[in-house]
Ligand binder design. Structure first.
Ligand SMILES: Nc1nc2c(ncn2[C@@H]2O[C@H](COP(=O)(O)OP(=O)(O)OP(=O)(O)O)[C@@H](O)[C@H]2O)c(=O)[nH]1
Ligand SMILES: [Mg+2]
Ligand SMILES: [Zn+2]
Length: 289
């Protein structure tokens, strides 16, 4: 793997002496450079992590995606079709790790970006206080704002395959030359349903900060240390729940349920409620012995 020097000016090709040092993208490491070839080296230690983004895969195995993030940028686009469910899963993963999150609506050069579901999702998350950035890797719109928002931080672009994560990185950083998928004509309709262009998580130095490209993920079960923390990622639901008549209200059919009331009045968006219920089942269910 390549290790970037602290001042970004050197890149050293390193191997791991022992597999006990599990390294993921974003890890800070100590290396020893080879005396005869300073372009090569060996990783001798992995520094303590501030956080690590993890997921549980389909077979229940916990995978580490990347470490030491300041910012998780969930990327959506009019194509492939975005869903609140996946956005909420990323937000839960970020929240559990104390990573700030933002939403990028890419491909805003396409008219469909101004129509549902893209536009209504942008409105929903803006209303919830999430920073939402409209961008286009094709026209360059919104990129200066994106660059400024990242600033000196380490940001990871995540989201479905085909939303344009690698394209955004190339637009911010032409020398990155990240591989970009082809989405030409009907033959490639399958893109976004399992065919991934990016296959590994990779970090690039950006003017002042760092940006991480990741392979598209369609399904994500966030790994929470404390499953009861789930509701903290749904502040509007948490706020409504304080008004329920019963403290242990399950918000199903109890009388005096303030969550059902908020849903009926539109104070809680049905998409968010759906995400919350599905995630409660998965996360809290999986944590039970
Ligand atoms: N119209 C338009 N097309 C875009 C834009 N950004 C990316 N695309 C196209 O979307 C397709 C997918 O782009 P990628 O950058 O490979 O998407 P990705 O999110 O990195 O996909 P994976 O690596 O598979 O996760 C390509 O055909 C791009 O040309 C944009 O801003 N506007
Ligand atoms: Mg990619
Ligand atoms: Zn209730």
């Amino acid at each position: 793997m390549a290790v970037l020097g602290t001042d970004d000016s050197v890149r050293v090709r390193c191997f791991q002496r022992s597999s006990a040092l599990a390294v993921v993208t974003g890890d800070e490491v100590l290396i020893e450079r080879e005396s005869e070839d300073p372009g090569r080296g060996v990783i001798t230690a992995v520094m303590p992590r501030r956080n690590v983004l993890r997921r549980r895969n389909r077979s229940g195995v916990v995978q580490e995606i990347c470490a030491n993030l300041d910012l998780l940028l969930v990327t959506i686009a009019p194509e492939p079709e975005p869903h609140a469910d996946l956005i909420d899963r990323y937000l839960v993963a970020a929240h559990g790790d104390d990573i700030e999150a933002g939403l990028i609506v890419n491909k805003c050069d396409l008219a469909a970006a101004d129509a549902p579901p893209c536009a209504s999702l942008a409105q929903l998350y803006t209303g919830l206080g999430l920073p939402v950035i409209r961008a286009s890797a094709t026209t360059g719109a919104g990129l200066a704002g994106l660059r400024a928002f990242i600033g000196r931080r380490t940001a990871a672009l995540v989201g479905q395959s085909g939303v344009g994560k690698s394209s955004l990185i190339n637009a911010l950083l032409p020398q990155a030359r990240a591989a970009v998928g082809t989405l030409s004509g009907k033959r490639n309709r399958g893109h976004g349903r399992g065919r991934h262009t990016t296959s590994t998580v990779r970090l690039y130095p950006l003017a002042d900060g760092l940006i991480i490209d990741s392979p598209g993920i369609r399904e994500l079960t966030p790994e929470l240390e404390d499953p009861t923390e789930l509701i903290a990622s749904f502040p509007e639901i948490a706020a409504a729940a304080t008004g329920c008549r019963f403290r242990n209200c399950s918000h199903e059919r109890e009388p005096g349920c303030a969550v059902k009331e908020a849903l009926a009045q539109g104070a809680i968006d049905p998409r968010r409620w759906r995400s919350f219920r599905i995630l409660s089942g998965e996360i809290i269910g999986a944590a039970r012995p």
